[in-house]
Design a protein around this ligand. Structure first.
Ligand code: 3PG
Ligand code: MG
Length: 399
């Protein structure tokens, strides 16, 4: 891999130079209060930012947050993130109230050596996500004017062909930050010669989101354990009735086909927790998968399933987990996700947790992050990496 790294840049010396860092500070916010509910992605870029500060660079950080539609939208402001980042760095972060306008220009111009600025949400500008090369390029020109060098540390966004990810590195000397490097190092272990047995656990709501990764993983893995909302489409494909559970009707045939080709590698739940409604206080029971009542919906995998999955995980030498097993945000339906997470921590295996949701689940359930081999900051990005796709942000660093 011919990617230059942060260490290469530091070795050249960055004191007094402006370094533009693309980070993924797309953190979950509380819908009511707007407070940051999980700051994992902010913590994850501290090694890169800290090293640049220490080396005396003028550090200009940019990121997206949420999916605003190419214009300013206060609910997606990065302002609370600037506050949290400053707390974690132990020094104030200078916040620009626009991305490439007057505020950004003066904020960057006023930076002293070793200071950090954060620009407002990249996606407040249509050029960031535009499919039109010229429009993206024009925005990339404006961004690139803020740096003498570019560091990509936004692993969670490397699968996006966006101006700050793909076009800016074509305009500036560019390197991979510590987080991007570590993520790629870890994920490449999974794609090249994983130690066996290699067991993958997939959850989440939709088969359609995971289809490409299932296709790519089937020939590689020894076992594929499927839970979460998407298990019901597989159960339906086995001829079972799933009540009012989440079901992607147009994927049933695809799932049947996958099960046929899987050669017994796919393990599905044998019991599930069914409820009267999608609500934290809904009446619920555990039933066998061949006994799901027609008026109830499955919101978690059951204890026998957890035990079976845990047994498979206890044999593993390499584990990748993406997607919760149930609606873990509701205490009544969290046991499946917790049980699987605990089984992963107990296994004598190299374990990787992929995805914003699964990483947030690990922290929300109060599990010890250090008992996992690696917790990826990228959801879509880690899946697309495992699919073997070319990631625009990585390709841009290779050139
Ligand atoms: C993520 O949360 O997966 C990344 O920050 C990318 O965000 P996006 O899916 O809105 O591009
Ligand atoms: Mg996403």
């Amino acid at each position: 891999m011919s990617i230059r790294t942060l260490d290469d840049l530091l070795a050249e010396g960055v004191s007094g130079r402006r370094v533009l860092v693309r980070a993924d500070l797309n953190v979950p916010l509380d819908k009511q209060t707007g407070a940051i509910t999980d700051d994992g992605r902010i913590r994850a870029v501290l090694p890169t930012l800290g090293a640049l500060v220490e080396a005396g660079a003028k550090v200009v950080v940019c990121s997206h947050l949420g999916r605003p539609k190419g214009a300013p939208d206060p609910q997606f402001s990065l302002s609370p993130v600037a506050g949290r980042l400053g707390e974690l760095l132990g020094a104030p972060v200078h916040f620009a109230t626009d991305t490439v306008g007057e505020s950004a220009r003066s904020t960057v111009a006023d930076l002293a050596d070793g200071q950090v600025a954060l620009l407002e949400n990249l996606r407040f500008n249509a050029g960031e996500t535009s499919k039109d090369e010229a429009e993206r390029g024009a925005f990339a020109d404006q961004l690139a004017a803020f740096g003498d060098a570019y560091v990509d540390d936004a692993f969670g966004a490397v699968h996006r062909k966006h101006a700050s990810v793909y076009d800016v590195p074509a305009r500036l000397p560019h390197v991979a930050g510590r987080l991007v490097l570590r993520e790629v190092e870890v994920l490449s272990k999974l794609t090249s010669e994983p130690e066996r047995p290699y067991v993958v656990v997939l959850g989440g709501s939709k088969v359609s989101d995971k289809l490409a990764v299932i296709e790519a993983l089937l020939p590689t893995v020894d076992r594929l354990l499927i839970g979460g909302g998407m298990c019901f489409t597989f159960l339906k494909a086995q001829g079972l009735e799933v009540g009012t559970s989440l079901l992607e009707k147009d994927m049933v045939e695809t799932c049947r086909n996958l099960l046929e080709r899987a050669d017994g590698k796919i393990m599905l739940p044998v019991d599930v927790v069914v409820a009267d409604a999608f609500a934290p206080d809904a009446a619920h029971d555990t039933v066998r998968v061949d006994g799901i009542p027609s008026h109830r919906l499955g919101l978690d995998v059951g204890p026998e399933t957890v035990a079976g999955f845990a047994a498979a995980l206890s044999q593993a030498k390499t584990i990748f987990w993406n997607g919760p097993m149930g609606v873990f945000e509701m205490a009544a339906f969290a046991a499946g996700t917790r049980g699987i997470a605990e089984a992963i921590t107990k296994a004598d295996a190299f374990s990787v947790v992929g995805g914003g949701d699964s990483a947030a689940a690990v922290r929300a359930l109060g599990l010890d992050e250090s008992s996992f081999g690696h917790i990826s900051t990228g959801g879509g990005a880690s899946l697309e990496y495992l699919e073997g796709k070319t990631l625009p942000g990585i390709a841009a660093l290779e050139n």
